[in-house]
Design a protein around this ligand. Sequence first.
Ligand SMILES: Cc1cc2nc3c(=O)[nH]c(=O)nc-3n(C[C@H](O)[C@H](O)[C@H](O)COP(=O)(O)OP(=O)(O)OC[C@H]3O[C@@H](n4cnc5c(N)ncnc54)[C@H](O)[C@@H]3O)c2cc1C
Length: 285
Amino acid sequence: MSNCDLLIIGSGPAAWSCALTARQRGLNVIVAAAQSDSGWLQRAERIDNYPGMPQVSGRELLRVFRQQAENAGAQVIPALARQVSPLGGSFMTLVGNDVIESQAVVLATGAARPRLLPGEEELLGQGVSWCGTCDGMFYRGREVAVLSAWHGGVEEAVFLSGLASRVDYYTLSPHHQMDEPPYVCCEGRPQALSAAEDGRITLSTDKGGRAYDGVFIFRPAVAPDSLVPGLELEGPFIRVDRRMGTNLPRVYACGDCTGHPLQIAKAAGEGNIAAISAAEDIQNT
Ligand SMILES: Cc1cc2nc3c(=O)[nH]c(=O)nc-3n(C[C@H](O)[C@H](O)[C@H](O)COP(=O)(O)OP(=O)(O)OC[C@H]3O[C@@H](n4cnc5c(N)ncnc54)[C@H](O)[C@@H]3O)c2cc1C
């Protein structure tokens, strides 16, 4: 377990701007930055409206933002944050396979929303899981399916292969596979999940159905209200006040995840405000 004053979740302009200002305010900062190639800004060939950096590519802009934050002393963990849990006066957050304790949390997760499979949300915690580390032990010696939209699922499937009697791997979106995996790569495209009569979970694909004791699903993003239980939304976005505070004490949000306009300058500005608010609140407690 590691600890810090401020955990920032995200790896776009909002997160790096927040990390930079938080460091300048003297906070000890960890950034949970999922390594996804599908980040919005990485796809932008040319940005013309970010002041001071004309005609820059999205990839280059992100590289410079991140470098500046790291040079200022922000520590980066290249993994997906999966669950933020308040505990006493602090927060415990599962990042990859680590637990990070922090005094405050900033959500800078962007606007991408994972599209769930029919049946997924209803069966979550009842045979369906989003976390191999948390729930893998329940499936020792049993048959599980891994459904993954990114390369992060490969590592989880290897871990589960050490516990389960059989692991079948299904791809939700194309991504790199390992050469000789310890699990079975299956062809069907997952379409829905349902509870079978024997207590197992039936996975339906375009090639037919099969029942499993457990189904693990991995994507490069987590819906904000699944990431932080009790978080208030406004439509698909996180509700914030002018300090970038959410309805939960010492939880802030910035960037595209708080709503329109979905723009880099707005994301960087909100990251700056979130950092200042977090620093004030941490220093006043
Ligand atoms: C093709 C394209 C062109 C664009 N052109 C422009 C332009 O010219 N000018 C402009 O102002 N804007 C432009 N935009 C919009 C701009 O990219 C966004 O407004 C901006 O990137 C938002 O920044 P952000 O930090 O809020 O989120 P993002 O840039 O979306 O970054 C969020 C990051 O957090 C990571 N993340 C998400 N959840 C987690 C988690 N649970 N744990 C760890 N990491 C997580 C994601 O992998 C993602 O990379 C463009 C967007 C696209 C797609």
